[in-house]
Design a protein around this ligand. Structure first.
Ligand SMILES: Cc1cc2nc3c(=O)[nH]c(=O)nc-3n(C[C@H](O)[C@H](O)[C@H](O)COP(=O)(O)OP(=O)(O)OC[C@H]3O[C@@H](n4cnc5c(N)ncnc54)[C@H](O)[C@@H]3O)c2cc1C
Length: 804
């Protein structure tokens, strides 16, 4: 057996084999896969083998498209069969909301190059004559949907990897992974110890146990899952002979997926009375057995399926497959470098290995061989959860996710399981003021405050929600008086030490400010992609505070650790620094009423101040685009600071506002937002962030060469904002943009500017097409809406309020 290797991949399921293949494809041939039994000995062997592109996250959907297209390439390369059946698939819509969701998905597919279509009941009847159409409004048809042979496909990946130089060692159980001082690993197996530069955990059902060997916790949990295979069904045989193989049908109302298997059918369920499996750990002896049949659990689902597909009622059951597979709390995989560890990578929590395995393998291999991926992988980044996550949180979230597998998901939806998990000292006070809570990165965050008859729960919707008026009221309070909200949901870092400035100059592409000042700066990858949009505050020559996205804090922490240098200390203080933002024309008066210090801060000044009796750092900036101050304090002082501001604000009608109002207010000044306008999918020059790059600074900042190349040869697409002739629904994200009748771009986000009464869309469009008076069409929920370019902020265009 090999005793040294560049990469040791632990686990020979479809995911481990895909990672191995993609590493060789990208040029790393000294790679070794260790499998405790035979290949496919975990979830992989009992999968139903179905694949589809549908995924709420656009990047995940694109990677699913990649996975599906890869199979033919794999077959050609290896000469092996993946048992492909590209039969196409229907996802049924039984109500208007689901139809809206599918229509929105279809719209996204237009610019992604996915050839899906919305079909009506007649076409559904033609494609799937066994479907009872009672109550069916329409469906999304995807010609790429299909199924394959799970074992054949896994072995094809394995063969392709071997052809690229990889070694596969079966019957080789990994017992321990021990990190050496130089960051490499001793991988201790039954057959001896292997010295590996990198370890990839692709342990599937045992990923938790494999992670524990490295001293880390991965938030995933196995769930039981069951599907039935029927005996021959005459209608299916007739269809096969007259038309061909029956397509897949997902019936979300019945929580089922159905496809042809042989001359019968195969139907699986995501039932509400589902059960987590192996709560206290996956037994090492498990692998080749199935779980006992459990018809009680799926009784209601079967009854529903009999109504939807009446042929099933007459069909005999040939076999029942009941096995476990793993999920992360949000159902997406856990991929990438595990925070806090060196050279340790996760390829775990892949709940749809045959839809996602190729994309996971490709992204991980790019990350390992190249240092970054070609697209934004936040949706599956293992660092999208922080160290606050525990098995006690993961389990209810995984159950919720399983139960909601086929539930309509809305852009403004808040899921209830395992909440509240993390709260600040303001939680009860804000609840008393009517806070309607959302959550970010495990933290409770007010979406808005319901007063009077305003709804205390926001009904999820693709259209403007019932919180519309409450949000409008909060926006008015800010623009006409003064509003207050909490600063708990910013990612915050303290950067200190003699080397802090030089280090920041290298990490950040923008200007690092002088003491007492702030600046905005992009953080770039080597390839020039956006990794962050930071606000840097210089508190002293050797002391800086960075603020950015709360949800991206562990991703940023991991990047900082990767680039750390002598003389610098970087601490994630996101939850150790908090405070309030006050914004609106009366914000300065409010601050003045709370302090004896001078409040004559200029725009982007930062300064220590005593507010009431609390030691604070006050910054003259506000994402609302208004006159505003961010007032930071120690969390232990937060209630005291609140009392000071709230009491002093009472005569000024100080109004608490939430994230919904904040996201509307930012539209007035056309501010972009992390994860929407700014993400690793885009470069600085595409998004307009290049205006913050300091090409004239001395430092060789990361991404400089790529940014300079873009400066000299600007990219083909560019960000632009539009006012949309919307009706009752605004842009959320990824709606296609039509120019002269053809899809030419897509939206990154949008919403309703309550202050100006404008429906705003942010989009990426071809640079060549961009004129000041560009008029486009944007497809919102199946309707093409006229949208005219906006070139100046809708509010305070001269910046008098913001900077005054
Ligand atoms: C009933 C059922 C139906 C499904 N249907 C579908 C479907 O239609 N489409 C779809 O895409 N997905 C489906 N899935 C999910 C699919 O099976 C999984 O997404 C996929 O198999 C995950 O693969 P994996 O490689 O991550 O994990 P696994 O298949 O669990 O592989 C992990 C491997 O790691 C090995 N291993 C673990 N620990 C060690 C160690 N310490 N040393 C050495 N080796 C180790 C194990 O032996 C195992 O072979 C289904 C799952 C079930 C249960």
């Amino acid at each position: 057996m090999k005793t040294t290797t560049r990469v040791a991949v632990i686990g020979g399921g479809v995911v481990g084999c895909s990672v191995l293949y993609h590493l060789t494809k990208l040029g790393w041939s000294d790679v070794l896969l260790l499998e405790r039994s035979e290949l496919t000995s975990g979830s992989t062997w009992h999968a139903a083998g179905g694949f589809h592109t549908l995924n709420g996250d656009t990047n995940m959907a694109a990677l699913q498209g990649y996975t599906i297209r890869l199979y033919e390439e794999l077959e050609q390369l290896t000469g092996m069969s993946c048992g492909l059946h590209h039969v196409g698939g229907l996802t049924l819509a039984e109500n208007a909301d689901r139809f809206d969701m599918l229509t929105a998905e279809r719209a996204k597919h237009r610019y992604m190059g996915l050839d899906t279509e919305i079909v009506g009941p007649e076409e559904i009847a033609r494609l799937s004559p066994i479907t009872n159409l009672d109550g069916i409004v329409g469906a999304l048809y995807d010609p790429l949907d299909g199924h394959l042979d799970p074992s054949g496909t896994t072995h094809a990946y394995a063969k392709a990897a071997r052809m690229g130089g990889a070694t596969i060692q079966t019957h080789c159980m990994v017992r321990e992974t021990i990190q050496r001082a130089d960051g490499t690993w001793n991988v201790v197996t039954d057959a001896g110890t292997i010295h590996a530069e990198h370890v990839v955990n692709a342990g599937g059902l045992w990923a938790r146990e494999v992670a524990a060997m490295a001293g880390c916790y991965l938030p995933l949990h196995p769930m039981e899952h069951q599907y039935l295979v029927t005996e021959e069904i005459p209608e299916i045989v007739a269809h096969l002979e007259e038309v061909g193989e029956h397509p897949h049908v997902i019936d979300p109302a019945g929580e089922s997926y159905l496809r042809q298997e042989g001359r019968g059918l195969c139907i699986g369920f995501y039932e509400k009375p589902c059960r987590p499996w192996a709560v206290d750990g996956t037994p090492w002896g498990f692998g080749h057995e199935l779980l006992p049949n459990d018809f009680d659990k799926i009784e209601d689902s079967i009854a529903f399926a009999y109504r939807r597909f009446p042929v099933l009622e007459r069909a005999g059951i040939k076999s029942v497959i009941h096995g476990p597979f793993t999920f992360a709390p949000d159902g997406n995989p856990l991929v990438g470098p595990v925070p806090g560890l060196r050279n340790y990578w996760s390829a775990c929590g892949v709940m749809a290995g045959f839809s996602q395995g190729g994309g996971v393998g490709l992204m991980l291999a790019q990350w390992m061989t190249n240092g970054e991926c070609e697209r934004d992988v936040t949706a599956m980044d293992v660092a999208r959860f922080g160290d606050w996550i525990t098995p006690g949180y993961t389990r209810p979230k995984v159950i919720e996710n399983y139960q909601r597998r086929f539930t309509v998901s809305y852009p403004n939806e808040e899921l209830p399981a395992a909440r509240p998990h993390r709260t600040t000292a303001m939680y009860d006070t804000f609840t008393g003021l009517g806070a309607v809570w959302g959550q970010q990165f495990g933290l409770e965050v007010p979406n808005y405050f319901a007063t009077g008859k305003e709804p205390t729960h926001e009904t999820p919707s693709f259209r403007r929600s019932d919180a519309f008026d409450a949000v409008g009221r909060e926006v008015r309070a800010v623009r006409e008086g003064v509003g207050i909200n909490e600063l708990h949901n910013f990612g915050k870092f303290a950067v200190t030490g003699d080397g802090a400035r030089d280090w920041l100059d290298r990490i950040m592409a923008g200007r690092i400010p002088a003491p007492g000042r702030m600046s905005l700066t992009p953080m770039l990858s080597a390839a020039g992609r956006l990794l962050g949009d930071f606000t840097v505050s210089c508190l002293a020559e050797d002391r800086f505070q960075l603020t950015a996205s709360y949800g991206a804090q562990t991703i940023h922490e991991r990047l900082f650790a990767q680039h750390i240098a002598p003389g610098v200390t970087v601490e994630n203080v996101s939850d150790r620094v908090t405070g309030f933002q006050i914004a609106g024309p009366k914000a300065r008066d409010l601050l003045a009423a709370c302090t004896r210090d001078s409040v004559d801060l200029r725009f982007l000044d930062v300064r220590p101040m005593t507010v009431g009796q609390v030691a604070c750092v006050v910054q003259r900036v506000s994402y609302t685009g208004d006159l505003g101050f961010e007032i930071y304090c120690d969390p232990m002082d937060q209630r005291q600071l609140w009392t000071t501001l709230w009491d002093a604000g009472a005569p000024m009608d100080l109004t608490p506002f939430g994230m919904r109002a904040m996201m509307s207010l930012r539209l007035d000044r056309l501010f972009g937002s992390w994860g929407r306008e700014f993400s690793p999918d885009y470069t600085a020059a595409e998004t307009g962030m290049d205006r913050f790059i300091r090409f004239d600074k001395d430092a060789d900042f990361i991404g400089r060469a790529a940014a300079e190349a873009e400066r000299d040869a600007p990219p083909d697409r560019i960000a632009a904002t539009f006012a949309v002739d919307a009706d009752d629904a605004d842009v959320t994200a990824y709606e296609p943009v039509f120019i002269d009748g053809a899809v030419a771009g897509f939206c990154t986000s949008g919403g309703y500017s309550h202050h100006t009464g404008t429906s705003v869309a942010y989009a990426l469009v071809p640079r060549a097409a961009l004129t000041d008076d560009l008029t486009v069409e944007i497809e919102i929920l199946g309707q093409r809406r006229t949208a005219r370019r906006i070139t100046a902020p809708l509010f305070d265009a001269d910046g008098a309020r913001l900077r005054g």
